[in-house]
Design a protein around this ligand. Structure first.
Ligand SMILES: [Zn+2]
Length: 403
C-alpha cells in the first residue's frame, strides 16, 4: 500500500476483515435460480438481514409485471422475485449506486448444487463468483465505508435484483430510477478475467419474439386461400440473418408453429437475438428489423406482431466512464493490485446503468471464472482484495476524484 491517507488506510484494513468467505458458502448453498421464486424469496430475506447492518432503509420491492410470448402468439405474464433496495443518506453531497443480482443461472433441476474446494483457496459452487461472492464484496466495502468518518459525505442506493440472468425485465425500471442523479455506479459482476481484469465496453443485446399470423386452408383443395405462416417466418429469418455484420450479431434461435401436413399453417413465432456494438448500430438494427417485418408482411399477406426490444443498450466507454476506470486502476495500484480492462462480448445491468448516463464499472466483484458452468469457481483470496479495492474507490469518489 502506498499513498493512502489515514482514513483510507483504516477503511481498507476494515474491508479486508469482513466474514465474506463464510457468507459466500452460506449463500451459495441456497438455490436461487432466476425461476426459483421460493429460493429467491429466501435469498432476498437473507440479504435484507445482511444489508440491515447499513444505516438507512432496506426494502423488498415487487418486480415490474412482465409478459412473455407463448408459442401460440399469446402473451402470458412471467413471474419474477422481489428486488432488494437500500437507500442511505439521500441528502449527502456525493450520491453513488451499487448493484448486484441474487439470481443464478442454475435452477433447482440443474445437477450443479453443491460447493467443493477444488484446490486450496479455490471454491467451486453455483453462484460463488456470479455473484454471491460479489455481493459479499459489496457489503464488506460498504460496511468499511460506514465505519469511516468519511461516510457522512456519501449517500447511496443499493439494488440487488432477482432477474439479471434472464434480462432484468422485472427490475430495469428500479435500476434506472436508482441511477438517476448518481455520480457513478459500481456493479459486482465477477472480473472479466481470473487475474482481475475488468470488462470495459460491452455490446447491447435485444431479444425479440415475432408472431406471424397467416390464414389456414386445405393444403390440397384451396391452398391459394391460405397464408403460410411458416414460409413467412422462414423468409423473415433469412432477411434478418442477412443484416448481420461486424457491428451486429444476429442469432435466429427458434421457430415455433406449424400444423398437420394437410393444413396451410396459420401461426408461427420466430425468436431472435441481436447484439449491436454501438447505439448507432442498435438504431440501424431496429430500422432493418422494422423494414424486414413490413416487407415480409406485405410479400406474404400476413400479420406480424413484434414483441421485445433492445433491453440492454450498448455500453461504450465515454469520457466519464474512462475517468472512473482510471480511478479504479489508480486505487488498485495504491493497493498493489494491477488493474486493467478490456472489451467484453457479454451484457449485464452495467449496460442499463450506462444508458442512464451514469459512469459504471460493472465487474467490481471477485476473481474467479467458468461462470454459468459447473466449473464456476471463486478465488477466495480475491474477496478481501476486491473489498479493499471497492472501499478505496468509494472513498476517493467521495473526495472528488471524478471531478
Ligand atoms: Zn452475473
Amino acid at each position: 500500500m502506498r499513498g493512502l491517507s489515514t482514513i483510507e488506510a483504516a477503511a481498507v484494513q476494515q474491508a479486508g476483515t469482513q466474514p465474506m468467505l463464510d457468507q459466500v458458502q452460506a449463500w451459495a448453498a441456497i438455490n436461487s435460480g432466476s425461476r426459483n421464486l421460493a429460493g429467491l424469496a429466501e435469498m432476498a430475506r437473507i440479504y435484507a438481514d445482511a444489508f440491515a447492518a447499513l444505516p438507512g432503509e432496506v426494502r423488498l420491492l415487487d418486480p415490474t409485471p412482465v409478459d412473455a410470448m407463448e408459442p401460440n402468439g399469446s402473451l402470458k405474464s412471467l413471474r419474477h422475485g422481489q428486488n432488494l433496495h437500500v437507500r442511505v443518506r439521500p441528502e449527502a453531497p456525493v450520491q453513488l449506486l451499487f448493484t448486484g443480482h441474487m439470481d443464478t443461472v442454475f435452477g433447482t433441476d440443474h445437477p450443479f448444487q453443491a460447493l467443493a474446494w477444488r484446490e486450496e483457496g479455490v471454491l467451486n459452487g453455483p453462484g460463488v463468483a456470479d455473484m454471491k461472492g460479489g455481493i459479499a464484496v459489496m457489503l464488506a466495502a460498504l460496511k468499511a465505508v460506514e465505519a469511516s468518518e468519511a461516510a457522512a459525505r456519501i449517500g447511496y442506493e443499493v439494488v440487488i435484483n432477482s432477474d439479471e440472468e434472464v434480462g432484468s425485465a422485472g427490475s430495469a425500471a428500479l435500476i434506472a430510477e436508482a441511477a438517476r442523479g448518481k455520480l457513478a455506479a459500481l456493479t459486482y459482476e465477477p472480473a472479466a478475467l481470473p487475474d482481475g481484469t475488468l470488462a470495459g465496453a460491452r455490446p447491447g443485446s435485444g431479444n425479440f419474439s415475432i408472431f406471424i399470423e397467416g390464414r389456414s386452408a386445405h393444403a390440397g383443395r384451396n391452398p391459394e386461400d391460405g397464408r403460410n405462416a411458416i414460409v413467412a417466418a422462414a423468409d423473415l429469418t433469412l432477411r434478418l440473418a442477412a443484416i448481420k455484420g461486424p457491428q451486429l450479431s444476429v442469432n435466429p434461435a427458434r421457430i415455433e408453429g406449424g400444423s398437420p401436413n394437410n393444413v396451410v399453417p396459420d401461426r408461427a413465432v420466430l425468436r431472435i437475438n441481436m447484439r449491436p456494438r454501438t447505439i448507432e448500430d442498435q438504431q440501424r438494427a431496429q430500422a432493418a428489423l422494422d423494414a424486414a417485418v413490413a416487407a415480409v408482411a406485405a410479400a406474404h399477406d400476413v400479420r406480424i406482431h413484434l414483441h421485445g426490444g433492445f433491453a440492454r443498450p450498448p455500453k461504450p466507454i465515454d469520457g466519464q466512464a474512462q475517468k472512473l476506470f482510471e480511478l479504479v486502476r489508480r486505487c488498485g495500484a495504491d493497493l498493489g493490485q494491477d488493474i486493467s480492462w478490456r472489451d467484453s462480448g457479454g451484457v449485464c445491468d452495467g449496460n442499463n446503468i450506462a444508458a442512464c448516463g451514469v459512469p459504471v464499472v460493472d465487474t467490481m466483484g471477485v476473481r474467479g471464472g467458468a461462470i454459468h458452468s459447473e466449473d464456476e469457481y471463486l478465488i477466495a483470496a480475491s474477496l478481501p482484495e476486491r473489498a479493499q479495492l471497492s472501499a478505496l474507490t468509494i472513498l476517493r469518489l467521495a473526495s472528488g476524484a471524478l471531478s
